[in-house]
Design a binder for this molecule. Structure first.
Ligand code: NAI
Length: 299
């Protein structure tokens, strides 16, 4: 079955440019009615304009599909609620939410003002929380929902000068680890992409020769699959860019079990540290409950 969204309503945040624009266009080309949210600000979040969202709505309409623009900031809780209500009042339902909006305020941690830290967390983490929380009751009632979060290698693996961004992006993974457990019984599945693409956010950072291979559409293809009815996974984190796709996961080493008389002794920890940190037989856990069971299994 081809991935289609006929009769479905999708909201894409930050859809006025870059990846969000590409997700919105591809969703519309596959039958979705799309709500194009964008604040229309600069890369650091300053300013706002309705132009970016309007332009994408016009593109979608020119292709013969239905779309609605919304200019609210996802980092404003009332704005996020308005976004979801706009979608419901215009199209009657919400099937898909792609949390994609983002800003950057890079600085080394030593120079990072708490205001710049908070601004980035407010958009990436709290923006995703507000939009998801506002969409949740509609999806619960329908017994169906697909949500995609947008994380980043900067959070999963670290990147110099991006402590605010990395913290917010990794926090999304923690959020999904919990709500994937709470959503499934109501048919709400939530997955995450960690993209790499040439957009205004990254163009200056990527090697020039690689730019033609870093098409936003390559990321959108993964986003569309993850928010389709066909996808039955929840909680997956998919690295995607330049045609590369791979699941990434929090893994735990096989570890050691210290005897009770050694377990409170730092010297025993030091002696076992190579084994504790040996990831050669590492495994993931599906939930904290499974992890606690594993830790306590020998008792
Ligand atoms: P972009 O700067 O082209 O797009 C981000 C969009 O979000 C902009 O149109 C902006 O106006 C909008 N936006 C910003 N704050 C907003 C707010 N408060 N409310 C509503 N809209 C808002 O950048 P790009 O690359 O398309 O980024 C999309 C997402 O992908 C971001 O979450 C970013 O962190 C993430 N990402 C991108 C990577 C890449 O290689 N391009 C790498 C890793 C993550």
């Amino acid at each position: 079955m081809p991935v289609r969204f006929d009769g479905r309503v999708a909201i894409v945040t930050g859809a006025g440019s870059g990846l969000g624009r590409s997700h919105a266009l591809m969703l519309a080309s596959r039958g979705a009615k799309v709500v194009v949210n964008d604040l229309g600000g600069a890369l650091d979040g300053a300013g706002r304009s309705s132009e970016a969202a309007d332009r994408v709505v016009a593109e979608i309409k020119a292709g013969g599909a239905e779309a609605l623009a919304n200019y609210d900031s996802v980092s404003d809780e009332a704005g996020a609620k308005r976004l979801i209500e706009n979608a419901v009042s215009r199209f009657g339902r919400i099937d898909v939410l792609v949390n994609n909006a983002g800003i950057l305020r890079d600085k080394t941690f030593a120079k990072m003002a708490s205001e710049d830290f908070r601004a980035v967390v407010d958009v990436h983490l709290m923006g995703s929380v507000y939009c998801t929380a506002a969409a949740w009751p509609h999806m619960r009632e329908a017994g169906y929902g697909r949500i995609v979060m947008t994380s980043s290698g900067a959070g999963l693996y670290g990147n110099f000068g991006q402590s605010n961004y990395g913290a917010a992006k990794m926090a999304l993974v923690g959020l999904v680890n919990v709500i994937k457990l709470e959503g499934r019984k109501n048919g709400i599945l939530i997955n995450t992409v960690a993209p790499i693409a040439a957009t205004r956010m990254t163009e200056a950072l990527m090697p020039k020769h690689a730019l033609p291979y870093l098409k936003s559409e390559y990321v959108s293809a993964a986003v569309l699959y993850l928010c389709s009815e066909e996808c039955q996974s929840s909680g997956d984190v998919i690295s995607v860019g330049a045609g590369y796709l791979a699941k990434t996961s929090m893994m735990e080493a096989e570890g050691v079990y210290l005897a009770q008389d050694q377990a409170a002794d730092p010297d025993s920890v030091a002696a076992a540290y190579d084994k504790i940190t040996d990831m050669s037989s590492a495994r993931p856990f599906a939930s904290a409950a499974e992890y606690v069971d594993h830790v306590l299994a020998r008792f």
